[in-house]
Write a protein that binds this ligand. Structure first.
Ligand SMILES: NC(=O)c1ccc[n+]([C@@H]2O[C@H](COP(=O)([O-])OP(=O)(O)OC[C@H]3O[C@@H](n4cnc5c(N)ncnc54)[C@H](O)[C@@H]3O)[C@@H](O)[C@H]2O)c1
Length: 368
């Protein structure tokens, strides 16, 4: 029988009797907003402990104070989410192992390049029934092939891992502006229901979909399309061109996802994690913004320099994902099938000028 909304909101209490302890693993821009969403629900709902711990990668602020101390004193992540109160039940902890001690539910939300190192430190430290969810966009590419971040978490820690992706520019959600998200789950509907319950607020509407890889690949690949959209903006090519880039990008997202995982569902691309996230990222996200600056500077200032200058410690994901994607495409002989993805990488690494974003062979785009 298909799940009803009540099932997903936990109103029938299916398997959610135990009070779960939640830890957020990460405390950047989105990590802090996730903590705020979860903390407001943890206080309201009987199925969760009030206290939500948040692991903080410790930093010393310019005034000499530790970020963790400031978060706990002011209830605000002054570096990554200034001006927003997180909720008094959020407790920042710089000790990763201590932060996850006794937790039943782990929310992973760090830039993807740090996940493997974090998981290594957590091996053997978690309870056996711990459930995880990844809000992380990106993939890991090794000689053996690409792995999604949820699989890195699952495989390294031996735990189930769902994903949450969507049209979610963190600062807008922090201000309580309405948005939607998608939870991707593998087998267990009750587990998905609990994550939906934990994240849903009147301004954050979460829908479950049984398609982990589809949801995660949408969230990951759209950052590459956003880099292309930024090039178009930097070159002042206008809205028609940007819409074309978004359409072509969506096609490549779908084609790549289905080649890598034939189980990926067409319908996933119409959820918040798909077309909606693509649109918001190509209109407003940090990847688009930095790529715009790159194109305006005719590629003469590198992405590393622009990232450091414009993002103040926040991380770009689109450029590293384009590089990882390029490795997969070359390795599998798929480069010609993905001209937009390949061109983004070639521009980002200085092999082609930004104007090349509209100069590849359009015919190859029509491959089904
Ligand atoms: N910000 C958004 O609007 C948004 C929205 C949806 C998804 N995401 C995704 O969420 C994930 C996390 O992004 P974010 O916006 O929370 O982070 P961020 O880019 O704002 O901040 C970077 C974080 O990395 C931490 N860090 C730096 N060096 C580290 C190290 N060596 N080890 C571990 N951590 C280190 C910093 O302390 C900081 O917490 C990314 O995958 C991103 O794509 C972000």
């Amino acid at each position: 029988m298909a799940p009803s909304l009540d099932d997903f909101q936990g109103r029938h209490g299916g398997g959610v009797a135990k009070r779960s302890k939640v830890t957020i693993v990460g405390s950047g821009n989105w990590g802090s907003v996730a903590a705020k969403l979860v903390a407001s629900n943890a206080l309201k709902l009987d199925s969760f402990h009030d206290e939500v711990r948040m692991w903080v990668y410790e930093e010393t602020l310019p005034n000499g104070k530790k970020l963790t101390d400031v978060i706990n004193r002011e209830n605000e992540n002054v570096k990554y989410l200034p001006g927003i109160k997180l909720g008094k039940n959020v407790v920042a902890d710089p000790d990763l192992v201590h932060a996850v001690e006794g937790a039943d539910m782990l929310v992973f939300v760090t830039p993807h390049q740090f996940v493997e190192g974090i998981c290594k430190r957590l091996v053997g430290k978690l309870g056996k029934d711990v459930e995880a969810i990844s809000l992380i966009k990106g993939m890991e590419v090794k000689r053996e092939g690409p792995r999604m971040i949820s699989s890195v978490i699952s495989d390294q820690l031996g735990i189930n891992c769902c994903v949450l992706m969507g049209a979610n520019i963190a600062n807008e959600i922090a201000e309580g502006k309405f948005s939607e998200a998608t939870v991707g789950y593998r087998y267990d509907r009750a587990v998905a229901a609990k994550w939906v319950q934990l994240f849903t607020t009147p301004y954050f509407s979460v829908t479950p979909v049984q398609d982990v890889e589809g949801v995660e690949l949408c969230g990951t690949l759209k950052n590459v399309v956003a880099i292309a959209a930024g090039f178009v903006d930097g070159l002042e090519m206008g809205n028609n061109t940007k819409a074309a880039i978004m359409r072509i990008g969506l096609r490549e997202m779908k084609r790549f996802s289905k080649l890598l995982f034939p189980s990926v569902k067409d319908t996933t691309f119409f959820e918040s994690c798909g077309v909606a996230d693509l649109i918001t990222t190509c209109l407003g996200g940090r990847n688009r913004r930095v790529a715009e600056a790159f194109a305006k500077n005719r590629g003469e200032r590198s992405f590393d320099v622009l990232e450091a200058e414009m993002l103040h410690g926040q991380k770009l994901q689109g450029v590293s994902t384009a590089s990882e994607l390029y490795e997969v495409l070359s390795d599998r002989g798929w480069l010609e099938m993905f001209p937009l993805f390949a061109t983004v990488h070639e521009i980002s690494t200085g092999r082609l000028p930004p104007s090349a974003i509209v100069e590849y062979d359009g015919n190859s785009l029509e491959v089904a």
